[in-house]
Design a protein around this ligand. Structure first.
Ligand code: ADP
Ligand code: ASP
Ligand code: MG
Length: 453
């Protein structure tokens, strides 16, 4: 028998009283009680990061105001006062631990505030809607190592804790409300899982409980063929395969966290992406097995990427070159997106936010290094792309007038182009128009896509 479903609500579903009311109605209307995972209200983690890094000079007053407003809309003045105290106390504790100069552990304690606030608010809204609900602190469920800011989850410990704390609640018909994004070390210090990490909390708990399904509730009608902020007429995909989902997440489709998609693949956990604002629609089902194709799923874009070009020195021994480069990346724990390589040089992309200076300095020992910033990757994702007749011709014709810094294709489920940031939006639109809208016009139903509404 499978365990309770996990419902994860993103910040976009929690920004005000009206939205929180929708969340409560969705949970109240679920057939059997789900485990509810919530993100911080939209914008709150961003504001906390600004405070934690000293980018914001705010004394915390605007954070208090924003949290108070939502709490007052959901539960009136008593809840608002409670939330206000919670925010103020945490900001004061962060200041007294050294403020922007304080330890990564103190920063995580501050960043977890957004999810602590929203679980308190959602719990209140659920009880108000007549749901038998109780809060379960994620610190007692999501065990991680002590890499603050990017805690590595311990699935065995999470499974034990979930079985012990969540299964009995499910058996009694109670809804557990858990913070996404938040975890703790074995000695109880708060950690966070990295930005967008609430999706990962949902799939970690889903796997631990052997859930029937994980539902990621957000502000769009599933995985779309393009980012709706850029593409005028994106289609919603009925079904995507895990490989497509992982590639899309990794290459910028923010709707699903890449780590969450990978974790779901590993545990064959069905994931459904759905809209809190149109709960009657089925959204997108992400399935472990999805054969067939060829089929183009979507066009994704990842901003703020840096290109590192590394040329081996003429005297270097060639067979150690790539090992030297990638060994250095591993030592610096820097994930790589795209890679292209020749006999004497290699080029790869990493996040602009990575510690590029230190990495370039380390690589300088093995090779000559060039760094270029301000770039974006634009990626076409699908299945069996190279088997699709005319696919390459259509893509390259569409990209023809855009200066490209690097092209990369490792499997036949994605083809990526590295372009200047200012070229990215137009290229995404053109590729979507030619590859997806053009084809949908010819035969929408044959490709399992429908209008995003
Ligand atoms: P949440 O707060 O629910 O976690 P996110 O902001 O993390 O929401 O993700 C949802 C957003 O992802 C959407 O509002 C949309 O703007 C963006 N997005 C980017 N690419 C895609 C895509 N291919 N399909 C759906 N949404 C996308
Ligand atoms: N609140 C966290 C963030 O903004 C986690 C999440 O929303 O998934 O990154
Ligand atoms: Mg998200």
């Amino acid at each position: 028998m499978s365990g309770p479903a996990v419902f994860k609500f993103g910040g976009t579903s929690l920004g005000d009283g009206e939205r929180t009311g929708r969340v409560a109605r969705i949970v109240a209307g679920a057939g059997s009680p789900p485990v509810v995972v919530v993100s911080a209200p939209a914008g709150m983690t961003e504001a906390l990061v600004a405070l934690a890094t000293g980018r914001s000079q705010d004394d915390g007053a605007s954070l208090v105001d924003a949290a108070r407003r939502i709490a007052a809309e959901v539960g009136g003045e008593d809840l608002a006062d409670l939330i206000e105290r919670m925010v103020a106390e945490r900001v004061v504790a962060f200041r007294s631990s050294g403020g922007a100069g304080s330890s990564p552990a103190a920063r995580d304690a501050l960043l977890s505030l957004g999810e602590d606030v929203s679980t308190a608010i959602v719990h209140h809204a659920l009880v108000d809607a007549g749901v038998d609900a109780a809060r379960v602190d994620a610190r007692n469920l999501i065990r991680t190592d002590d890499r603050f800011g990017a805690g590595e989850p311990d699935p065995a410990a999470i499974r034990r804790a979930a079985e012990e704390r969540l299964l009995p609640m499910a058996a009694e018909g109670r809804v557990a409300v858990v913070q996404g994004f938040v975890g703790a070390t074995s000695d109880g210090r708060t950690t966070t899982l990295g930005r967008g990490g609430s999706d990962l909390t949902a799939t970690l708990l889903g796997a631990a409980l052997e859930s029937s399904a994980v539902h990621i509730w957000t502000d769009v009608d599933g995985i779309l063929t393009g980012d709706p902020r850029w593409v005028a007429r994106p289609l919603s995909l009925d079904v995507v395969g895990f490989e497509e989902a992982v590639e899309l997440a990794w290459f910028g489709a923010k709707v699903l966290h890449a780590g969450a998609a990978k974790h779901a693949v590993a545990h064959r956990l069905p994931v459904r992406i759905r809209s809190t604002f149109a709960p009657e629609r089925p959204g997108t089902l992400v399935l472990a097995e999805r054969w067939g194709g060829p089929d183009i799923a979507a066009v994704a874009c990842k901003r703020s990427v840096a290109l590192i070009q590394v040329r081996s020195r003429p005297t270097a021994i060639e067979y150690g070159f790539l090992a030297g480069v990638f060994g250095t990346l591993a030592e610096h724990r820097t994930p790589v997106d795209l890679v292209a390589t020749s006999h004497t040089s290699t080029a790869f992309t990493i996040d602009e936010g990575a510690e590029i200076g230190a990495l370039a300095e380390a690589l300088d020992h093995v090779a000559e290094v060039d760094v270029r910033r301000g770039l974006s990757t634009v990626t076409v994702v699908g299945r069996g792309l190279l088997r699709e007749p005319g696919f390459a011709a259509r893509v390259f014709q569409t990209v023809a007038f855009t200066p490209v810094h690097l092209i990369s294709q490792a499997t036949d489920s994605s083809l990526s182009f590295l372009v200047d940031d200012e070229e990215a939006e137009a290229l995404v639109r053109r590729l979507h128009l030619v590859l997806i809208e053009g084809r949908a016009g010819r035969d929408a139903s044959a490709h399992g896509a429908r209008g995003a509404g």
